[in-house]
Design a binder for this molecule. Sequence first.
Ligand code: SF4
Ligand code: SF4
Length: 299
Amino acid sequence: SDGPDDMPQEIWDKVKNHPCYSEEAHHHYARMHVAVAPACNIQCNYCNRKYDCSNESRPGVVSQKLTPEQAVKKVVAVASEIPQMTVLGIAGPGDALANPAKTFETFRMLQEQAPDIKLCLSTNGLALPDYVDEICKYNVDHVTITINMVDPAVGEKIYPWIFWNHKRVTGYEAAKVLHERQMLGLEMLTARGVLTKINSVLIPGINDEHLMEVNREVKKRGAFLHNIMPLISEAEHGTVFGLTGQRGPTASELKAVQDACMGGANLMRHCRQCRADAVGLLGEDRSEEFTLDKLEQMD
Ligand code: SF4
Ligand code: SF4
């Protein structure tokens, strides 16, 4: 069947059964996330560390953290209950690659115990160039990088600090390092043939006008999809943006930026910003059926 916009056929053939990438597949195939990655190596102004990484998840959600062993047990249990489960992702609650031992131990065990399940991970990109070899070694199919800027002058309004070379780096310098690592990581993944999607959080007044440039730069480096997500800035979601009174975009502001980026990297519009322990078809959440205590009872 036809892919979205101008997506090349060979990429579409790879992603059409992936619920996150195909509008059609997301009604038939299920995905799950396992929350094995608690730490993070940067600070985003829109992040509240009490909750899941808001680069991939809807803010205000707290996932149950798992060890790699618990995660694998959960994946195997879910796969036997939900046969349409085709994709396993690591998307937090912090950054998958700021917890490399846990992330890759989970992938290693899954390759042995459930080799048919496709693997994906999401990251802010800071550590990405260091782990491209391991990503390829475990046949990770898809990587998502959150890229909110390609200009450190914009970036320093979004990222107060990064943890880099064993120390905290702040300001313009921090945003510059993050930007360079994100671009390098994207280029390395593309060169190795790993499908790479970009998430951007639309922050009105900060990067709204800048996201078209982000779209151009990531497309140029081979990203196959660009997903523009709204900043969700509501007290009840636990969001505390570092800049006073920062609001999220309206639906029409979001659509205007998405429309302005059409014809660039293909845009993904049905991402649901799932929690770090999401289970099931997109739009349904069966995570409550597979909590740790319920898994223990399955023994
Ligand atoms: Fe929070 Fe995710 Fe940003 Fe880390 S990358 S600070 S977990 S939103
Ligand atoms: Fe897919 Fe988006 Fe949900 Fe990740 S957050 S599983 S990309 S729909």
